[in-house]
Design a protein around this ligand. Sequence first.
Ligand code: C2E
Ligand code: CA
Ligand code: CA
Ligand code: CA
Length: 276
Amino acid sequence: AKAAGRNNLRFFDPAMQASIIARTAMEQALHEALDAKQFRIFYQPQVDAEGSIDGAEALLRWEHPKQGMVPPANFIPLAEETGLILPLGHCVLEHTCEQLVKWSRQPKLAELTVAVNVSIRQFRQEDFADQVLAVLAKTGANPARLKLELTESILALDLPDIKSKMGRLKTQGVTFSLDDFGTGYSSLAYLKQLPLDQLKIDRSFVRDILDDANDAAIAKMIIALAASMGLQVIAEGVETAPQKDKLFALGCFNYQGYLFGKPLPIEQFEALLTGR
Ligand code: C2E
Ligand code: CA
Ligand code: CA
Ligand code: CA
């Protein structure tokens, strides 16, 4: 801010102006995409130690009419900044719950637990728990089939507030996973006060788990921590069998990653499960 104040010319920087225009256009495009229902949800399998699919993570995609599938890294940050993540996140939750209801009537799909990413901005809303409960009630989805993925960033919020929001949802059967665990700031003292069900080992520790002793040590520590707190642990970004074997040897029995399946459109995900 100091540097900007010293040199007002910065505001006339053509490159910067172009980027402001691009940003505004992007923001506009995101609003239109929401109206035009261009967002899709892909489902990535989560498997247990035997390799059976017992869940999925719902991952957002933007099906742009000209650019094709736009990955979330290209629009979630702006959606978070502008607040558009609120309607967008609500839409993901609604669609996922509707999907859960459809699956509840099909033998091989009824037992799946689906994880939905929740941005800190969504969670911070005073009526967050009420919103989720309202979606569950409206759709008739079984709360026990819904898992919410939070990141360590929520630990910056007021602890009693986090606990009361999570608690209200937990009494209805909703479960919670702490995503990207190990990459953020986590006070372990805080962590143990949260009513979590699962820790998710970040992909960055899985990638080089076979060659990097530090990554292996961190994964081992997270697995031990989860065990001591009575939490399930899942590893994300598992791409090879040796990575999976290493995680298994360390005591992690739940996995998500390209080895087991990429994020898939609904029809393909269902086909994978029903074998049709
Ligand atoms: P995340 O929550 O950490 O999701 C996992 C990401 O890892 C996904 O990227 C997934 O496609 C990717 N991935 C899974 N397995 C592998 C693997 O074996 N190898 C590699 N290289 N990558 C793998 P994606 O779908 O691009 O999503 C990126 C991020 O966008 C997510 O990271 C999440 O933070 C955010 N995001 C996605 N959907 C939503 C949403 O509905 N709401 C919010 N708030 N954020 C979302
Ligand atoms: Ca996630
Ligand atoms: Ca993650
Ligand atoms: Ca991650």
